[in-house]
Design a protein around this ligand. Structure first.
Ligand SMILES: [Zn+2]
Length: 296
């Protein structure tokens, strides 16, 4: 009886993972060189940052579990040194899905305290994450990692995309990884149900801007490699839409009215900001909800 049950569960797991694998079969990992030792990897999900050098490999985010093998192969092509550390910029599955596999490949996982809390309590297919998928080292404000002859400043932005966001700045390579506190040329997803907020999101971009200059290469959470000019434009977009939404709220507009009022976002709709995951209506809805939420 026990054997039969185990077999049935085994078959179930295999078929479930085969379906998950199917979605990623055609995904190819694209590698972009940003500096002597920093690379960006793109597949499906959040952009991955990689630092390679004499100390080993340091990775930021890991997309989805079915892509781990391809990601590790792409990393191997850059360095044969051991995988040392992995930082999760936040808890979302398209940035942490490969955690267990990366830990198995040797990485020590680092993240903000709230990333660990959320990964611990989150269930996937009815199961809790195994402990291997959880961060081993957590921090609440900032952390510095010295690897491959440079210091990497890891800093938290409170209540931005989620309640556990980290941005990372490579001080010698002059590369910033923003996690999902920046979607290049797109409206951002602000996860209000996981502690994100419009005001915190804007503050996160301001924090990022404080450490960079006109030569910095920026790895956004999603989208192509970016720079200071585009990042400032993104901040401008956020502040403009926040101000217009706030004005509508002050004028007594309801959520439905704000959702329907395309004049709030039209300048940026025209530029294609609403063509990604978050369309212009969703953007206005999120801004309304966040700006009217009672502050705790
Ligand atoms: Zn995210």
């Amino acid at each position: 009886m026990k054997t039969l049950k185990t077999l049935a569960i085994g078959a179930l797991i295999i078929s479930a993972s085969a379906t998950a694998q199917g979605r990623f079969d055609k995904v190819e990992i694209k590698t972009t060189k940003l500096s002597e030792q920093i690379y960006m990897l793109q597949g499906a999900g959040g952009n991955i940052g990689v630092s390679v050098g004499e100390d080993g490999v340091f990775v930021i985010d890991d997309q989805f579990a079915p892509l781990s093998e391809k990601i590790l192969t792409a990393i191997k092509a850059l360095s044969d040194k051991p995988l040392r550390f992995l930082v999760n910029t936040h808890f979302h599955g398209d940035h942490t899905g490969g955690n267990e596999n990366m830990a198995e490949a040797g990485a020590t996982i680092i993240a903000h305290d709230n990333v660990k809390k959320r990964l611990e309590s989150k269930q996937r297919d009815g199961n809790y994450n195994p402990k291997e998928a959880l961060p081993v080292i957590t921090f609440n404000d900032k952390l510095s990692i010295t690897i491959n002859n440079e210091s990497v400043a890891v800093f938290h932005a409170a209540n931005a995309h989620t309640d556990g966001d980290a941005l990372l700045y490579f001080t010698q390579s002059n590369v910033l990884h923003t996690g999902d506190t920046y979607f290049n040329s797109r409206y951002p997803y602000i996860d209000l149900n996981s502690g994100g907020s419009v005001q915190g999101y804007i503050e996160a971009v301001r924090k990022g801007l404080m450490v960079i200059d006109e030569n910095t290469k920026i790895i956004p959470g999603h989208g192509q490699v970016s720079n200071l000019k585009e990042y400032k434009k993104f901040l401008n977009m956020l502040e403009t839409i926040r101000d217009k939404t706030q004005k509508a709220i002050d004028n007594g507009k309801t959520e439905d009215e704000v959702k329907a009022d395309s004049s709030i976002t039209e300048t940026y709709d025209t530029l294609g900001y609403g063509s990604g995951f978050i369309n212009s209506e969703k953007m206005r809805e999120t801004f309304y909800k966040s700006l009217t939420a009672t502050k705790s």
